[in-house]
Design a binder for this molecule. Structure first.
Ligand SMILES: NC(=O)c1ccc[n+]([C@@H]2O[C@H](COP(=O)([O-])OP(=O)(O)OC[C@H]3O[C@@H](n4cnc5c(N)ncnc54)[C@H](O)[C@@H]3O)[C@@H](O)[C@H]2O)c1
Length: 321
């Protein structure tokens, strides 16, 4: 009789995902919340599979896993995983590629609308008994007929364009790796240079992975030439926007505002000036935290492990490293 496969779930996931393991007699599992390297090394050493959320899975920890065959990421980004050692040990890295695009795209629309409609200011006016001040409040903005640039046209960018079209926005797309044909098929306009196009945009939303090419792609040089009413949304990864430059640009009124779901350091330190800037609307890396999406991600994370051992994991779920 084959022994049970052992799965380590680092950081708990939705119960619907756990249920898949509970109902399968070929597996045993343990859920751990402690993400300390030393602790993880002791836990991972005899595991066949691992699921991981946002905690760092260092080379040192992966190296300690003598049987590990699959790392299943709860999410799509994998900058928290040491890819060198994953590759050298021939470990498969899976992502929940179908689970979270809609949730993130909705979050972008929420941030864009919140900033355009001055959500906090108008809400405060009513709650603080200043209803009659409404004529004195700064006017809100419409999304209708506005230019938005989507940088990165993968799963989330493609979910976002549909929502932008719902608001009758004109959508430009910057993604050197996606064809003009595909972008046009989605109703977008392909652009080849961030520098040239960003100065005409009313909104910019970032959906690129974080790597050496995308780090700080939004910086002061770009920000200083943007429209004064431009709103930037980042629900990708923190380092894609230079935070110091963004704060400076907001303080100099070079752009209207920004919505950030992600930060260079998470959680951001309490003295990070972004936390005190009224022109920013922030969320704690929760763009994908809808009830529906967390259920889907929990299920997909575990299903990817089961599919891997059943030799039927789809190629689109596997990261090429
Ligand atoms: N905030 C959250 O909770 C959350 C949730 C899911 C994903 N994310 C992040 O969102 C980002 C996008 O996710 P996705 O699922 O759409 O990924 P994806 O891999 O489907 O799409 C990324 C796109 O970026 C493009 N790209 C790569 N390098 C580029 C460059 N230098 N310039 C322009 N485009 C470039 C790729 O061609 C690809 O089309 C990732 O950074 C991911 O980590 C964040």
């Amino acid at each position: 009789m084959c022994s049970k496969k052992k799965i380590l779930i680092i950081q708990s996931i939705h119960a619907a995902g756990i249920k898949l393991l509970e109902n399968n007699s070929n597996y045993e599992f343990e859920i751990v919340e402690n993400t300390d390297n030393k602790f993880l090394k002791s836990k991972i050493k005899d595991c066949d599979g691992v699921s991981i959320r946002t905690a760092k899975l260092s080379g040192e920890v992966i190296a300690a896993a003598s049987k590990l065959k699959i790392i299943s990421r709860h999410g799509v980004g994998y900058d928290n995983i040491d890819l060198n050692i994953t590759k050298s040990k021939n470990i498969t890295l899976a992502i929940t590629s179908t689970a979270n695009a809609v949730a993130v795209a909705e979050h972008v629309m929420f941030m864009l609308l919140h900033i355009s409609k001055k959500g906090n200011m108008y809400d405060n006016a009513v709650k603080s008994g200043n209803f009659n001040e409404r004529n004195k409040l700064p006017k809100t903005l419409e999304l209708w007929n506005k230019n938005i640039l989507i940088a990165g046209f993968g799963r989330i960018g493609q979910a976002l364009i549909k929502r932008c079209h719902g608001f009758e926005m004109k959508v430009y797309v910057y993604d050197p790796f996606v064809s003009k044909e595909l972008i046009e098929k989605h109703g977008g306009i392909k652009v080849d240079s961030l520098e040239k196009v960003s100065k005409n945009m009313d909104a910019i939303s970032l959906h690129v992975p974080l790597n050496e090419k995308t780090k700080n792609i939004i910086n002061y040089n770009l920000l200083k030439n943007m429209k004064k009413n431009c709103i930037i949304i980042n629900a990708s990864r923190g380092g894609v926007i230079n935070e110091i430059d963004l704060n400076k640009a907001l303080n100099e009124n070079l752009i209207l505002g920004a919505g950030l779901d992600v930060f260079e350091v998470e959680p951001p330190s309490s003295n990070n000036p972004l936390l005190k800037n009224d022109k920013l609307f922030l969320s704690p890396h929760t763009a994908a935290f809808t009830e529906e999406c967390m259920t889907r991600m929990g299920i997909e994370t575990i299903q990817n492990i089961l599919d891997f051992f059943d030799k039927k994991l789809e190629r689109s779920k596997i990261v090429k490293i």
